[in-house]
Ligand binder design. Structure first.
Ligand code: NOJ
Length: 503
């Protein structure tokens, strides 16, 4: 068996800088929290110079830091401190589009003869209108007419986010230079934005009427694969074993698995079927079995994620209060694969209520992006009592200061589950097998390759107590209620409870 890679064993933690601690220096000051929690890597969302039309996913310079977030020196300091604490750092790379303020686009739009014209996707009108019927992700058409040169440019997202043309070798080379820039600075890899959209079909066909994202014809074109293979060769040449984790927004495990290639494309690929699964044992059983089947067949490594900066937080989505969010934490941290935590879920945060006059995001995603309350004071460890978005509910108590002091808190549950995972080869990298269980319960067994380490995980999705029959004697190692830990498992599983059992 090959040695596991660091990115298979680490738990990742997603940092959305503006809401985590304002800037890179702020993130650096909060590394204590992450180290105590026990995460192995952080993914930092975009901090590059940007007009912030899409909060950093409109990049105006890939190789610098927006003054709002600090300087390259701050970045180097953050990476150095994180590494000193055993925490790897991956950065967000946005290869599908730039900002319309990026010098590449400014030059491209300057004239039809521009040397960079072909770095973006420009087309003539069709019958006096846009070149095709594609729709943009946040609504409206995916084309904007540029009166100065009488052509349209493509943007799958906002008009301020023109799509680049990966079929142009100079653009591809410039993008490769971006990756080298950050790898040379010591980053441990990239979270890659909108992977499924980077290669458009050359003839840009109309979408059939009624097309719903992500099924549009601009997604999932086979020409993305050679692009990814090239990237893989580039990053694999670096000694730090960088990881590429792709946002492959296709909502199908089969399709997502394609982007892992034969171990020669992405190392990891987000599979949002888990994020969109309802809180239901049968639905989760289907997801877990499908992931085991599809990724197992190609020897690939799964990822698991319940929340991110683009979707309502899972605690809010699932309803059912803190009890359910606790069970979800045990599930997320014990499945076979690499878990990605979204900042604040370890505190049990819910979405903030954002009044219309405070809305800032064109995609309606403000509630999950509320700032992290660090303590119970009026400004919650920030500079102002009012930050860029309202605080999440219960910020007086749902914060690291209060929760660290409370052994029964959500934060302490995450910390214990992470520690149990680090200590157990079965949980870190063992096989996974779904076990028979009563309705409403998901049960699975994790076994290390040499058979020496085993765990059983029980998750009760239902609001009723369940009885679970297991062969042998088992002890509760981690539980949604700390009081049960260390006791023998007696066959009863409380409503909304989840347990990690050891022999
Ligand atoms: C996915 C990112 O997660 C999201 O925040 C962004 O708006 C789009 N890609 C466009 O870059």
């Amino acid at each position: 068996m090959t040695e596991p890679r660091w990115w298979q064993e680490a738990v990742f933690y997603q940092v959305y800088p503006r809401s985590f601690a304002r800037d890179l220096a702020g993130i650096r000051r909060r590394l204590d929290h992450l180290q105590w929690l026990g995460v192995g890597a952080i993914w930092i969302c975009p901090f590059y110079p940007s007009p912030q039309a899409d909060f950093g996913y409109d990049v105006a310079d890939y190789t610098d830091v927006d003054p709002e977030f600090g300087t390259l020196d701050d970045f180097d300091g953050l990476v150095g401190d994180a590494h000193a604490r055993g925490i790897r750092v991956i950065v967000d790379w946005v290869p599908n589009h730039t900002s319309d303020q990026h010098p590449w686009f400014v030059e491209s739009r300057s004239s039809r003869e521009s040397a960079k014209r072909d770095w973006y996707v420009w087309r003539d009108s069709r019958a006096g209108g846009p070149p095709n019927n594609w729709r943009a992700a946040f609504g409206g058409r995916a084309w904007t007419f540029d009166a100065a040169t009488s052509q349209w440019y493509l943007h799958l997202f906002l008009p301020q986010q023109p799509d680049v043309n990966w079929r142009n070798p100079e653009l591809a080379a410039a993008m490769h230079g971006v990756l080298r820039f950050w790898l040379d600075r010591g980053v441990d890899g990239f979270r890659i934005d909108v992977v499924q959209g980077i290669a458009k079909p050359p003839d840009l066909p109309d979408d059939p009427p009624g097309t719903v994202l992500p099924r549009a014809s601009f997604n999932d074109h086979p020409d993305a694969h050679p692009i990814l293979r090239h990237l893989r060769t580039l990053v694999d040449a670096y000694p730090q074993e960088p990881v590429m984790v792709g946002e492959v927004y296709l909502l199908s495990t089969e399709q997502v698995a394609d982007y892992l290639g034969r171990g020669d494309e992405l190392h990891l690929s987000f599979d949002f079927t888990s994020l969109y699964a309802p809180w239901d044992a049968a639905a989760w059983r289907t997801v877990v079995e499908r992931v085991e089947r599809e990724l197992g067949a190609i020897g690939a490594w799964p990822t698991w994620t319940l929340s991110n900066h683009d979707n309502p937080r899972h605690r809010t989505r699932y309803g059912g209060g803190e009890a359910r969010a606790r069970a979800a934490a045990v599930l997320l941290l014990t499945l076979r694969g690499t878990p990605f935590l979204y900042q604040g879920e370890e505190l049990g945060l819910q979405d903030a209520v954002v009044p219309p006059e405070q809305e800032v995001d064109p995609g309606g995603r403000d509630p999950c992006r509320a700032p992290i309350p660090w303590d119970g004071s009026p400004a919650h460890g920030w500079e102002h009592e009012e930050e860029w978005l309202p605080w999440p509910p219960d910020a007086d108590v749902a914060n690291p200061e209060v929760e660290r002091a409370d052994p029964g808190s959500m934060l302490n549950l995450y910390q214990r589950a992470l520690a149990a995972r680090r200590a157990s080869p079965a949980l870190r990298r063992g096989s996974a097998r779904v076990l028979p269980s009563p309705a409403g319960v998901l049960a699975y067994e994790r076994v290390a390759a040499d058979g020496g380490d085993r765990r059983v995980v029980l998750v009760n999705f239902a609001a009723q107590r369940a009885c679970v029959d297991l062969d042998g004697d088992w002890t509760v190692e981690v539980a949604t209620d700390r009081a049960w830990e260390g006791a023998p498992f007696d066959g009863e599983l409380e409503a909304d409870a989840a347990l990690v059992l050891r022999p």
